[in-house]
Design a protein around this ligand. Structure first.
Ligand code: TMP
Length: 207
């Protein structure tokens, strides 16, 4: 038995977590066995790694250390939750996954894209999402949404150029993997975006 692995990606404040939660509730209401999870922080140890990654610190936070912590979190996640749940035939909805590492640590931070692809492959043991929804919005809009609701964390606090490289990076990744990644306009209403997600999942016989 094999489950389905659905991921959500996007810049800060794009609305991906809202969509992930809506989909979780929809699948539960339709009697499916579903796990809603996220990266970083989808496991107990991952929660600790998440704290290290997102807390502001007065120490230098080297990009390579950052990359490896995201990959370590992912490997815990694969072993403790994603792989076993897929083997049990469950739906897994994951808020951020490997594309975030390519976009943040690769395109935005400037680390080597091929190195990140290799580390993603090692950390995931080759497990790939069946489908990925990239919710795309202008970065100014996303950051505005975040700053209205809470204090920015270490990564959100990066300058506007970082966030612009990030958005472009996500769009490039989607361009290179058109079959897997579906780009949705995050400026549309949450209801419209969600309706599209359901339609696409039905068309692909995922739900
Ligand atoms: P969240 O705010 O969506 O929960 O994600 C936590 C932060 O971590 C967000 O700023 C994106 C960032 N991130 C990376 O930089 N690389 C990664 O591989 C992942 C999964 C997240």
């Amino acid at each position: 038995m094999k489950g389905y692995f659905i991921t959500f990606e996007g810049v800060e404040g794009a609305g991906k977590s809202t969509q992930a939660k809506l989909l979780y509730q929809y699948l539960i209401d339709n009697g499916k066995d579903v796990v809603l999870t996220k990266e970083p922080g989808g496991t107990k140890t991952g929660q600790k790694i998440r704290q290290i990654l997102l807390e502001k610190t007065d120490e230098i936070f080297p990009p390579v250390a950052e990359l490896m912590l995201y990959e370590a979190d992912r490997n815990f996640h694969i072993h403790n939750l994603i792989k076993p749940s897929l083997q049990q035939g469950k739906y897994i909805i994951c808020d951020r996954f490997t594309d975030s590492t390519l976009a943040y640590q690769g395109y935005a931070r400037g680390l080597d894209i091929n190195l990140i692809k290799q580390l993603n492959e090692i950390a995931t043991e080759g497990i790939k999402p069946d489908i990925t929804f990239l919710i795309d919005i202008p970065v100014e809009e996303g950051l505005k949404r975040i700053r209205q609701t809470r204090q920015a964390d270490r990564i959100e606090d990066e300058d506007i150029q970082f966030h612009k490289r990030l958005r472009e990076g996500f769009l490039k990744i989607a361009e290179n993997e058109k079959d897997r990644i579906v780009v949705l306009d995050g400026m549309e209403s949450p209801e419209n975006i969600f309706a599209k997600i359901i339609e696409i999942l039905k068309n692909r016989n995922i739900i």
